[in-house]
Design a protein around this ligand. Structure first.
Ligand SMILES: C[S@@+](CC[C@H](N)C(=O)[O-])C[C@H]1O[C@@H](n2cnc3c(N)ncnc32)[C@H](O)[C@@H]1O
Length: 273
């Protein structure tokens, strides 16, 4: 049961589920993919560099790094994600491992990326410290994370859950979904982990959708936290949440589709001191 599980176990079990992984890769990641060019650019990747992609999932950031000419290693703890990644991006070496305890030597990478991994690790500062450990001095780390803003699919879905969800679904305590998008918190954590030359870049990530209720489906089927809150809801509550999401999309983005629903994100980066 969710309430008896710690956050690390909750995440590991969630991302081991083939259906969640397939839905994330097929649907949800259409927005995640939009952060890849900024992640690659903020790491100043050049041909021949050694790059590490943490929480690599099905390999979209690793592919971007490889296309820029880097020699890439991807790390994720989900065998299900790694199966897709190995087929999709055969030129990358994918390793099963935990971002907070990397099975890698000190100072062996010129660049480290982490696409939308920060809210999934139980201790984000520990993951930043691991990234710093495996970077050579002068190398750059860049991570992407969703932003908390009024006009976002994230806000529409979680507001609808608060308004119409059945009570009593308690998730194990972990980092907030958007905590490390806040520059005050992010830059303090980056400095503490040994990074300087800190930067924040805005990404206009979004979903183009034909049905205004689609963000409900993408969060329910393709995320661990959203799935845990949405899948067990009684049918009546699910229908009310779905309708509220559709209403928020049409109220904020027009009555007629298709809709470009924002799911904005930021890329935060720094240089290893
Ligand atoms: C939201 S997905 C992001 C995947 C990919 N980076 C992207 O941008 O689409 C989060 C990924 O982090 C992985 N993950 C979560 N916690 C992890 C940990 N402690 N160590 C390694 N991977 C982890 C999950 O298995 C999942 O693949």
């Amino acid at each position: 049961m969710i309430a008896d599980e710690d956050f690390a176990g909750f995440e590991r079990r969630g991302w081991a589920d083939d259906d969640t992984v397939a839905a994330y890769a097929r649907d949800f990641a259409r927005a995640s993919e939009m952060a890849v060019p900024s992640l690659v650019a903020e790491c100043a990747v050049e041909p021949g560099m050694a790059a590490l992609d943490l929480c690599c999932g099905h390999g979209i950031v690793a592919r971007g790094l490889a296309k820029a000419g880097a020699i890439v290693t991807g790390v994720d703890f989900s065998p299900s994600m790694l199966r897709i990644a190995r087929t999709a991006v055969p030129e990358v070496r994918f390793v099963e491992g935990d971002a907070m305890a990397l099975p890698l030597e000190d100072a062996c990478f010129d660049a480290v990326t982490m696409g939308f991994g920060m809210p999934h690790v139980p201790d984000p500062p520990a993951a930043l410290a691991e990234a710093r450990r495996v970077l050579r001095p002068g190398g750059r780390l860049a991570y992407s994370v969703w932003q908390e803003v009024e006009q976002s699919a994230l806000t529409y879905v979680f507001a609808a859950i608060t308004a119409h969800g059945a009570l009593g679904i308690a998730l194990p305590p972990g980092p907030g979904a958007t905590d490390y998008a806040d520059p005050a918190r992010a830059f303090a954590a980056m400095r503490a982990a040994g990074f300087d030359d800190l930067r924040l870049v805005q990404v206009n990530s979004r979903w183009r959708i034909e049905d205004p209720a689609t963000p409900f489906d993408f969060f329910k089927d393709g995320t661990v936290r959203g799935g845990a809150l949405l899948r067990p809801q009684p049918e009546r509550n699910k229908a009310a949440i779905r309708a509220a999401v559709a209403a928020a999309v049409t109220a904020n983005h027009g009555a007629e589709g298709p809709w470009d629903v924002p799911l904005p994100s930021v890329v935060i980066s720094g240089r290893a001191m």
